[in-house]
Ligand binder design. Structure first.
Ligand SMILES: NC(=O)c1ccc[n+]([C@@H]2O[C@H](COP(=O)([O-])OP(=O)(O)OC[C@H]3O[C@@H](n4cnc5c(N)ncnc54)[C@H](O)[C@@H]3O)[C@@H](O)[C@H]2O)c1
Length: 420
């Protein structure tokens, strides 16, 4: 049993899957908070996350099957929402109803990316949370990743201060495909890799192009977006069959594929009045050692770059060793032999630890997190504009992104035909 820090924040994690695990691991580096409750649909996965929290001594959580029971637990001061995209709105609505009816008292709510499957959903989430008077944080870990934040600080303080503001951010996230069936289903997830991973790259690029301490939406005015999506790998017949083998007939890429490749070029006007460019590339069709995150920021006399697979630690395993498949070296690991990168603290490197430290501090202080649901909505609107651009094969004007609030991408409707 781990005693809760006096005056600390009691955190309830809603959802008990892959990302709940990452958050739990990250709390080893977060002070003044304990994980006091976990809820989920599957009792064994709730138990697994509770056991992990106890093993790591980051809390002694109570497991719940119903989110309403979790928020009614008086030990819960704030919730982290980690349920899948298609239940995001109903999860938030249930929590807000408990708060508004006086059954639950919360200081804040932190919500995983993407905020919604459409801009309308993201807006609904924001409206519900603000209507209940809760502090809110958008869980975009990459803008808290230490490599990104430190290099960002340095290029702005040394490079931009001396030679002018940065003009080009390039951000990419690639791996060989997600780990649960619902991610692959356009209707449930809200799209394919553009919705799932471009949300990271767009927010990372907005962060990099903005001076430290300034909200991105104050510094950057969206101008236009030009995007492409494609199904490069997973709608090939043998790979479509592989998805059916893994997940059953509900993931049918012969009939209803989602994009496994997306790129977007977004133009913004910055606070100096200059045009600046954000390039995002994301794919579920990258087979390298594992998850690859990359970030670049270029300015007049400087550049920064981060690549998550350029690790300081590596292991080499010869062909004499037949290794068991695992993800013990790196997330979305694709091989168990040869020269492999090793990320010793993935929760730290990807930004979860600093993200959660920030959210906890702000909720305890009673102040708004730097990354809020307003950012989540801004990102969702940019993603919808990117889908529209890809769908219609044209550059989309971003001077009024709220015009996109009624838009639902073909991929999210399950009607996308990559060959049309
Ligand atoms: N920040 C990141 O890098 C990152 C990484 C992975 C996932 N995510 C986000 O976190 C969320 C969850 O992703 P995940 O990878 O943990 O998914 P997952 O499939 O691994 O786990 C989802 C959890 O929700 C539960 N669940 C599934 N269907 C449900 C339903 N209909 N009602 C209630 N609960 C249900 C499952 O039992 C499981 O506990 C998603 O929004 C995803 O986009 C973020």
């Amino acid at each position: 049993m781990t005693a809760q820090v006096s005056g600390g924040l009691g955190v309830g994690i809603v959802g008990s899957g892959f990302i709940a695990d990452f958050h739990t691991r990250s709390f080893r580096g977060v002070r003044d908070a304990d994980i006091v409750a976990v809820s989920g649909r599957t009792p064994s996965s709730v138990q697994r996350v509770c056991d992990l929290a106890r093993d790591l001594r980051v809390g002694d959580p109570t497991g719940y099957s119903d989110v309403r029971d979790l928020v009614r637990d008086p030990a819960v001061d704030a919730v982290w929402i980690t349920t899948p995209n298609h239940v995001r709105v109903e999860t938030v609505r249930a929590i807000v109803e408990e708060v508004r009816s006086g059954n639950a008292t919360l200081r804040g709510i932190a919500i995983e990316k993407p905020l919604g499957r459409t801009a309308a959903e993201a807006q609904e989430v924001l409206k519900l949370v603000e209507g209940a008077g809760l502090l809110h944080g958008y869980l975009e870990n990459q803008v808290f990743a230490p490599g990104v934040t430190r290099a960002h600080e340095l290029v702005w303080s040394r490079g931009a201060a001396a030679s002018g503001t940065p003009y080009l951010a390039r951000c990419a996230e690639e791996h060989s495909g997600p780990h649960s069936a619902w991610f692959w289903q356009g209707v449930k997830q809200g799209g394919g890799v553009l919705n799932d991973m471009m949300c990271h790259s767009v927010e990372a690029a907005r962060f990099l192009l903005t001076p430290p301490g300034t909200p991105a939406s104050e510094w950057l005015t969206p101008v236009s977006v030009d995007a492409t999506i494609a199904s490069l790998k997973w709608s090939r017949p043998s790979y479509a069959d592989e998805l059916v083998r893994r997940y059953g007939a509900e993931v049918d890429y012969r009939r209803a594929p989602s994009e496994d490749y997306a790129r977007a070029t977004m133009i913004f006007r910055n606070g100096d009045g200059d045009e600046v460019v954000a390039e995002g590339t994301t794919s579920w069709s990258y087979v390298g050692a594992g998850l690859r995150l990359s970030f670049e920021l270029l300015g007049p006399e400087y550049a920064m770059s981060v690549n998550s697979l350029d690790t300081e630690a590596k292991v080499f395993l010869s062909r004499e060793i037949a290794g068991k498949p695992g993800e013990d070296l790196v997330e979305k690991q694709n091989a168990e032999g040869g020269l492999m990168p090793v990320l010793p603290d993935e929760a730290g490197a990807y930004g979860y630890t600093e993200e959660n430290r920030h959210m906890v501090q702000r909720f305890l202080d009673g102040t708004a997190p730097a990354e809020s649901l307003h950012d989540g909505l801004a990102v969702t609107r940019l993603l919808m504009a990117a889908y529209l651009s890809a769908q219609e094969g044209r550059r989309v004007d971003l001077s009024d992104t709220s015009a996109l609030d009624a838009f639902v991408p073909d991929v999210a409707l399950g009607t996308w035909n990559p060959r049309a």
